[in-house]
Design a binder for this molecule. Structure first.
Ligand code: NAP
Length: 243
């Protein structure tokens, strides 16, 4: 195991993921830039390196078994292991998301990336994380995944658009986070879910009100938790989010 902390951020070529990579790199960590497109990945790695980050590219499509397995091999053989995994890659699945009349493929796409993709990456990386002194898993969820907030949005207190793909996929990701935290409770691996807040990125056609740097802050906090930090939690900048 390397003496320096090694992180992998999925979907790190742009948006919040890029800023998480930059933030972890600023701590002196080695940062794997997980990205599926060669050109976008190389551009991001070059930009991070120009900013002083010890970044390296990790070809990674979270929907592809072979790609994820190859990423795990690369981390083990070329990077020296893995301490911190940030599952940031995510998609909305497309529009419209209204529950009535939704295209099933919209639901399937969101679940494939936002849920199954995370499980696939966690499973591939767990053997490496188990060898780390202070391993962390951060799952980039969203406040819209909160069942409390979803049910509060019915009727007069509507807080967000109806969504039968993206929001429920993040609800399932929250459950996946709890399940891994329980399964790994007797290890030193801390597993938590994060909400970045409504952030201006490609995901929402830059309608968000926070900067990607602001959106990255909570994931960086959870990636750098002390050994006695929480596990199985769901957090935004302001604190705990109700499930
Ligand atoms: P973004 O700018 O669209 O970035 C998404 C990233 O995920 C991109 O790097 C994208 O790569 C990558 N990705 C998508 N599918 C992938 C796959 N199959 N394999 C590997 N990478 C894949 O969106 P963002 O706003 O930064 O989103 C980052 C995370 O924050 C997501 O999980 C999102 O759900 C969550 N989030 C965002 C907001 C917000 O307001 N923006 C709010 C709550 C939660 P490509 O460039 O190749 O497409």
């Amino acid at each position: 195991m390397s003496e320096r902390t090694i992180a992998l951020v999925t979907g790190a070529n742009k948006g919040i993921g890029y800023e998480i990579a930059a933030g972890l790199g600023a701590l002196g960590w080695r940062v794997g830039v997980g990205a599926r497109d060669d050109q976008r990945r190389e551009t991001a790695v070059a930009k991070l390196r120009a900013g002083g980050v010890d970044a390296f590219g990790v070809p990674l499509d979270v929907t592809d078994d072979a790609s994820v397995a190859a990423a795990a091999r690369l981390l083990e053989t070329e990077a020296g292991g893995l301490d911190v995994l940030v599952n940031n890659a995510g998609i909305t699945g497309g529009e419209p998301q209204h529950p009535v009349g939704v295209d099933i493929e919209t639901v399937r796409a969101a679940v494939e990336v936002n849920v199954i993709g995370v499980v696939r990456v966690v499973e591939a990386m767990l053997p490496l994380l188990r060898r780390s002194a202070s391993p962390r898993i951060v799952n980039m969820s969203s406040g819209v995944g909160s069942l409390t907030r979803q049910s509060a949005s019915v009727g007069e207190h509507q807080t967000g658009p109806l969504s039968v793909a993206y929001a429920p996929s993040k609800t399932m990701l929250n459950a996946v986070t709890i399940q891994y935290a329980r399964a790994l409770a007797d290890t030193n691996i801390l597993v938590n879910a994060a909400c970045p807040g409504f952030t201006a990125t490609d995901l929402n056609a830059f309608r968000g009100v926070r900067t990607p740097q602001q959106g990255a802050a909570i994931a960086i906090r959870l990636a750098t938790l002390p050994d006695d930090g929480p596990t199985g939690g769901y957090f935004e900048d302001a604190g705990v989010i109700p499930w």
